[in-house]
Design a protein around this ligand. Structure first.
Ligand SMILES: [Zn+2]
Length: 280
């Protein structure tokens, strides 16, 4: 009987703890994945890529590429503050850039994160709204009122790959034109190509100095980190259904008083999901 009670207690504990990952959790999950990846386990790989694994691997800036526009961005203290990165990771090392992407993938308009990918199309971008995918119904986050926040919600696979929702599984190598996510698999691949060759896919010289090529390496690993964040989210049941999962706010959101307000409760949940990131 004691065993049954203990198992029941554990089940309650586990289900109560199933909230969205905080940014520090994304950082730690990514660091563990890095340690088990070929980047660490294959000693020849970095040599072949011409990368030296050192505390400051690529400098302090990266590129935000959108079509023919290339904006230089600086690393931000946000990523390493409040222990979002584990202390064993140097923020400017190769794993530091991976973790930076995993942490910044939750950037959202109206929150306290840097949100530096503000081209006109991204002025009010809330990235977490595109972190959901219900595979049973092939749908993104579709809670009532969500269209008021964003009229073009992507599934997590489409958001990470850089395709439209329709093409994510049927034409995964067809990039979405004018996509708002500038840190997709396509962007990681293009940045890596530019870092290695100094040219873009069209053959134009786009990186003529060592510093520019290093910025593209930083971009490639940051974009990979953004994609890794989405894979981590897909390991959470809440991200695969239209469930409320707003960290410490979830209990309040599910209270009857919230459902009775004039704002649809589901929309409130979506907003609170974004606001919960401030707790990290
Ligand atoms: Zn997320």
């Amino acid at each position: 009987m004691k065993t049954i009670r203990f198992v029941f207690f554990l089940a309650v504990l586990v289900s109560y703890s199933a909230n969205a990952y905080e940014l520090a959790t994304h950082g730690r999950l990514t660091n563990e994945a890095y340690k088990h990846s070929v980047l660490v386990k294959d000693p020849e790989l970095l040599k072949q890529l011409g990368i030296k694994d050192k505390p400051n691997a690529f400098g302090e800036s990266y590129y935000d590429v959108s079509g023919s526009e290339v904006r230089e961005r600086q690393k931000n203290d946000f990523e390493e503050s409040r222990d979002r990165m584990p202390r064993e990771v140097n923020p400017l090392s190769l794993p530091g850039w991976l973790l930076r992407g995993a942490i910044r993938e939750d950037d959202a308009y109206g929150e306290d994160n840097p949100q530096d990918d503000r081209d006109p199309a991204n002025a009010t971008l809330r990235r977490p709204l595109h972190h959901f995918f219900d595979p049973a119904n092939n749908r993104p986050l579709t809670v009532t009122g969500i269209g008021l926040l964003d009229s073009d919600i992507h599934t997590a696979p489409a958001w990470g790959l850089g395709t439209t929702n329709a093409n994510a599984f049927t034409q995964p190598n067809t990039p979405e034109t004018g996509r708002r996510n500038h840190f997709t698999v396509f962007d990681a691949r293009e940045a890596m190509y530019r870092a290695l060759t100094g040219k873009n896919l069209a053959g134009d010289n786009v990186a003529t100095t060592k510093e520019q090529r290093n910025r593209y390496w930083a971009t490639a690993f940051r974009a990979l980190g953004d994609v890794v964040h989405l894979i981590q989210d897909m390991g959470q049941p809440q991200h695969t259904r239209n469930d409320a999962h707003s960290g410490e706010c979830s209990a309040a959101l599910n209270a009857p008083a919230v459902a009775a307000t004039s704002v649809p409760a589901t929309l409130t949940e979506a907003v609170k999901t974004l606001q919960a990131r401030r707790l990290a």
